[in-house]
Write a protein that binds this ligand. Structure first.
Ligand SMILES: [Zn+2]
Ligand SMILES: [Zn+2]
Length: 470
């Protein structure tokens, strides 16, 4: 018997954790964070406490209380016995937090299967992110002491390399099925707002399962999603786990329209252009890069994005030498000072940021202030403080990201509007979603024709009723 349990992503957008079991083999499809459940109890300033190990996560339904899947150090800290591993593998469809963030809590000996780009993005997130729970690529033992000459000391990632455990990442390639116990799993790339996104077909001797992950048909890689549908159709699946983020919307989006609109807006502007966009959506980043180039301007990226572009290598359609990198003032702000003692500027930055400080294509807020008409600048609420140094005149802000969908985002949006008014910046917007529209989802289901349809990643499961004849 094949058993499919949706332990996250049921009746909500994201938090996907799907347990599939068959003849003694158990796998998870994604292991993400539920923004909805988290938002009920926590906020930017109130997080589940690390000191409780998994306790707060179990208490508020953020993680399923299951045996044999969680990391030893957390279990021991909670006074639980060490458990036998109960899961054979986890398959990650893409590196968005609602699909991958909670890998942090998993045992480090569980194999994690994903695409190469997904692994690279997870590595960048771990290195450059600010999240407390970001042991994604490797895990450093927590709540443990080690003996020193003077007594005991707490284990620290930077000092005690021997307590860092590399997770068992396995790269999946197209057309190469992976065997895990009684399953064979095929990875098929799809178009979504993050590089490396894929869907899966899971083959069993009692029927096949199709899992869409998150997907759309209107991005630069729309052909990938169409090929996914063809392959899924050929697998004659018994079950289909289908994402339905936009099942209730028939609005037609297009990434190429977004690129054209950004280009047009830049061409009409004679001051600085600031673009707000999802930072890891390389498709959008490429749209902005192309639009800037069409208008003879340089695209300026923050250091986090520079790090991602560099690490993605050929998975990114342009290279780091083709953009400018903004080095902001940090800590003591010594970047803009003269006669600074040697080595002191470096100390203002994290280790991974230091390579960018003196790179030939790095710029500072002073450069942007002096020649605003030369640049299109990647901007977000994380970076907005730099406007106080840039002091833009006659600037344009293009919002190229989704509308706020929770209270915190609404408040951020209001705050952003205050910054924009303060600097008399004009505001425009253009965006295309990372998800297929209702019509496209219905068409995909009709083509694939599963026997059993399981809606996930949607708040409108009711709209899936009657889409397959049972
Ligand atoms: Zn998602
Ligand atoms: Zn996603």
């Amino acid at each position: 018997m094949v058993s499919i349990k949706v332990l996250g992503g049921d009746g909500e957008i994201g938090g996907n954790k799907i347990l599939v079991e068959h003849k003694g083999t158990s796998i998870f499809l994604d292991f993400g964070m539920s923004f909805k459940q988290n938002g009920l109890f926590f906020s930017e300033f109130l997080n589940p406490r690390k000191c409780s190990g998994l306790g707060d996560f179990f208490e508020f339904g953020l993680l399923p209380d299951m045996k044999g899947i969680y990391r030893e150090d957390y279990l021991e800290h909670m006074g639980r016995d060490v458990e036998e591993r109960s899961i054979d593998a986890v398959f990650i469809s893409h590196a968005h937090a609602d699909h991958a963030q909670y890998i942090h809590f998993l045992r480090w000996d569980i194999p994690i299967y994903c695409t190469d780009s997904t692994r690279i993005i997870l590595e960048c997130l771990q290195k450059t992110g600010s999240n407390t729970f970001s042991d994604l690529i490797d895990a450093c033992e927590t709540f443990r002491f080690t003996r020193t000459k003077k007594g005991f000391t707490r284990i620290k990632r930077s000092y005690h390399k021997e307590y860092i455990h590399k997770r068992d990442f396995q790269t999946m390639e197209e057309n190469k099925r992976i065997s895990v116990g009684s399953f064979e799993v095929e990875m098929i790339p799809v178009d979504h707002s993050l590089p490396g996104s894929c869907g899966f077909i899971i083959y069993t001797d009692e029927g096949n399962i199709v899992y869409t992950g998150d997907l759309r048909f209107h991005g630069s890689d729309g052909h990938l999603s169409r090929r996914f549908v063809e392959k899924a159709c050929k697998a004659k699946p018994k079950w289909m786990l289908c994402e339905g983020t936009r099942i209730d919307s028939n609005e037609r989006d297009s990434e190429s329209d977004v690129r054209a609109k950004i280009s047009e807006l830049i061409s009409q502007s004679d001051g600085m252009v600031l673009v707000e966009h999802p930072i890891r959506d390389i498709d959008r980043t490429n749209s902005i890069f192309t639009a800037a180039k069409e208008n003879g301007r340089n695209f300026v990226v923050p250091m986090k994005l520079a790090y991602l572009i560099e690490n993605l290598g050929t998975y990114c359609p342009f290279c780091l030498d083709e953009v400018k990198i903004l080095v902001p003032k940090k800590r003591w702000g010594l970047i803009s000072k003269v006669n600074v003692p040697e080595g002191e500027i470096d100390k203002d930055y994290a280790k991974w940021e230091r390579d960018y400080i003196y790179r030939w294509n790095s710029v500072t807020c002073k450069d942007l202030n002096e020649s605003p008409e030369k640049y299109v600048v990647s901007m977000s609420m994380w970076e907005i403080g730099q406007l106080a140094d840039i002091k833009p005149l006659n600037a344009l802000w293009i919002k190229s990201s989704c509308d706020p969908f929770c209270d915190e985002m609404e408040i951020d949006e209001e705050r952003k509007q205050n910054w924009i008014r303060h600097f008399a910046i004009r505001h425009e917007s253009t965006h295309a979603s990372g998800h297929a529209s209702g019509d496209e989802i219905r068409e995909m289901i009709r083509e694939i024709g599963p026997e059993i349809l399981i809606p996930i990643h949607t708040e409108r499961e009711d709209l899936f009723d009657g889409l397959v004849q049972s």
